[in-house]
Design a protein. Structure first.
Length: 168
């Protein structure tokens, strides 16, 4: 099948692909506290991740983002969720959510922020990126043999984020 047969036209809905990774170590999860200079989510805790670059696979992008933002090389990442984020514009976001287990190495800061090990029972006390209050418990409960979850984020008429998990 050639490129023309893919049906790609600029009048269709498009997405920006991103990764979001959560590394666990026992009862701790590695979160990135956004640098004060970040354009998005400065000072808030989020997973590790970012944009998938052209020519890069989803898993390779997730590993690259972990390496760039924490200094860690994590080989055992597994896809646990896919989120479609409807921004209300012609371009949305496709978010691929991964989980992995810490397998050694020193965590290093990056221009994006500082990675910190956080005890799971203290997550509700932190200034998290808003969707993590809903998303992170699902990711942390996701077992190795569980099916990938699918979610849809969108904004209501008051510009409030709504999260729906789809059941297959």
């Amino acid at each position: 099948m050639g490129r023309e047969e893919q049906g790609v036209t600029h009048d269709r809905y498009m997405i920006i692909p991103r990764t979001l990774v959560f590394i666990t170590r026992g009862q701790e999860v590695l979160l990135l506290k956004g640098a004060p200079t970040k354009r998005l989510w400065a000072g808030l805790y989020n997973g590790i991740g970012g944009h998938i670059e052209r020519g890069e696979g989803i898993l390779a992008a997730a590993r690259r983002e972990v390496r760039e933002e924490t200094g860690l090389n994590v080989a055992n990442l597994r896809l646990c969720g896919v989120v479609m984020i409807d921004t209300g514009e012609a371009i949305g976001i496709g978010l691929y959510v991964f989980r992995g287990n810490y397998d050694g190495g020193d965590v290093k800061p990056s221009p994006e922020g500082t990675a910190e090990w956080v005890r799971q029972e203290t997550l509700s006390d932190l200034p998290l990126v808003p969707d993590l209050f809903t998303l992170l418990p699902r990711v942390l409960a996701h077992g190795e043999n569980d099916p990938v979850f699918v979610a849809h984020y969108f904004y209501d008429d008051r510009d409030m984020l709504q999260i729906r998990f789809e059941i297959s």
